[in-house]
Design a protein around this ligand. Structure first.
Ligand SMILES: C[S@@+](CC[C@H](N)C(=O)[O-])C[C@H]1O[C@@H](n2cnc3c(N)ncnc32)[C@H](O)[C@@H]1O
Length: 230
């Protein structure tokens, strides 16, 4: 029941996705352009798939085998409705909880050849995991994964970097705050830190803006870790 009523997913998230689907279009487009770039393995395992609201069929169709994972029992219904012609397998087990407890070896061995996609989950509440996100991601250090996640959110829009790829944005550094905060910097509005900016110190980062509702903007960070690939 808690996954259905979770603040980071569940019924509220599905309703939000339906309500703001037009507003989400720009983010969806830049995200999927970035996701599709490069050489991708034939299998993908998606954590926090939900209804797949940020993903496109073009991206998903590149994979021969797609496994979806979400502990919200409503997710398969909404995902199937969005991608009617896609062949996918659902796995509803809380693998992230197991892995964060050091108990995921069998699972990681079984799916080790897949690309893992952390689908807008690391900057949100992960059910069963509190302060263990660093440990969790260490378990994927020798595997192929992509994550896109919130780093900051605010009621005003952010100023996106001119460059495609950066080492990282940190608003506690005055130069970054001045450069990328946009109107929030001048007007001193509240900014939520999603505590993800130091999760991937060594990976290049792509930044995208997601207007999630009429008055809420998220700064999204994307990272790709491909072992032995470009
Ligand atoms: C913010 S939503 C993102 C949904 C979707 N990927 C998107 O971008 O539209 C986060 C999702 O993570 C799921 N989630 C939370 N904890 C999880 C866990 N331990 N394992 C798998 N999924 C989880 C939630 O149920 C929710 O659907």
């Amino acid at each position: 029941m808690s996954a259905i009523l979770s603040s980071a997913g569940g019924i509220y998230y599905h309703l939000k996705a339906l309500r703001y689907r037009t507003l989400w279009g720009d983010f969806q487009e830049s995200l999927n352009q970035w996701l599709c770039a490069g050489d991708l393995p034939p299998e993908i395992f998606i954590f926090g798939a939900s209804g797949g609201y940020c993903l496109t069929e073009t991206f998903l169709k590149q994979f021969e085998r797609i496994t979806l994972n979400d502990i919200d029992p409503l997710s398969p219904l909404f995902f199937r409705n969005r991608f009617k012609n896609l062949n996918c397998t659902w796995d509803k087990h809380n693998h992230l909880l197991d892995i964060s407890r050091g108990e995921g070896k069998e699972f990681l061995k079984k799916h080790g050849g897949s690309l893992f996609l952390f689908c807008n989950i690391l900057g949100q509440k992960i059910i069963g995991i509190d302060n263990k996100k660093h440990f969790l991601m260490e378990q994927f250090s020798d595997l192929n994964f992509i994550s896109f996640h919130d780093i900051y959110s605010s009621s005003l829009s952010f100023k996106l970097p001119d460059h495609e790829i950066l080492e990282g944005i940190d608003f506690s550094v005055p130069a970054d705050a001045k450069k990328y905060l946009g109107p929030s910097f001048m007007r001193k509005v509240e900014i939520t830190d999603h505590l993800t900016k130091d999760l991937f110190p060594n990976l290049p980062k792509k930044y995208m803006q997601w207007q999630i509702s009429k008055k809420r903007f998220h700064l999204i960070e994307g990272v790709k870790a491909f072992v032995g690939r470009q």
